[in-house]
Design a protein around this ligand. Structure first.
Ligand code: COA
Length: 166
């Protein structure tokens, strides 16, 4: 977790967004979420001694060496996972799960009774991750994205939130 919205953090997130999403958040959107008390962020960084990765990231404006991040919105006792991504070359190593667990821990700390998220119906890796953590599919939003439906997921406190994070 990082409490303040610093320039390097904004640039690093923007770099991950561009690499991981077809509809990346702009630096303005990122800055405004970081500056708002309603959003929670979690981050994963490349190892300090992984100089090759750190140099590659720095060359793309990612000075802190961030390789993944997640962002959630707190809305009273109902929270929402807004973004989660891990750079392609670092996937399938448990980082996405770690980011999600950090968000869920933070949601739990603010007293969330349920957590929602939307995901492209065709995004199998993300859906498998959410289902592994106990999220339950509760509906579909037809043609929510230009090229896909959205699957809507919920995780209820009594449905594993505490069990997942303890
Ligand atoms: C979704 C994403 C964050 C997963 O990150 P990751 O670091 O690769 O995930 P993990 O290694 O922690 O995997 C955790 C679980 O997720 C599931 N999973 C992850 N990648 C998967 C894949 N390619 N196929 C099937 N299941 C997968 C598995 O259940 C896995 O558990 P396991 O290792 O015990 O099988 C990553 O694929 C990503 O950044 N995708 C692009 C951005 C995106 O689509 N974000 C979600 C929409 S907002």
């Amino acid at each position: 977790m990082e409490p303040s919205a610093s320039g390097p953090t904004i640039s690093a997130i923007a770099m991950l967004e561009k690499r991981c999403f077809s509809d990346p958040w702009s630096e303005n959107v990122i800055a405004s979420a970081l500056g708002s008390g309603n959003y929670i962020f979690s981050y994963i960084y490349a190892a300090e001694d992984d100089l090759e990765t750190r140099e590659m990231l720095r060359a793309e404006g990612n000075v802190p060496g961030m390789i993944g991040y997640a962002c959630g919105l707190i809305s009273l006792d109902q929270c929402e996972v807004q973004r989660i991504c891990v750079l392609k070359e670092f996937r399938k190593r448990g980082f996405g799960e770690r980011l999600m667990n950090e968000l869920l821990t933070a949601f739990n700390a603010v007293g969330a009774s349920s957590v929602f998220l939307e995901v492209r119906a065709g995004n199998v890796p993300a859906r498998m991750l959410y289902e592994k953590l106990g999220f339950r599919e509760i509906g579909t939003r037809k043609a929510y994205y230009a090229d896909d439906d959205a699957a809507v997921y919920e995780l209820e406190t009594g449905n594993g939130l505490r069990a997942t994070i303890n």
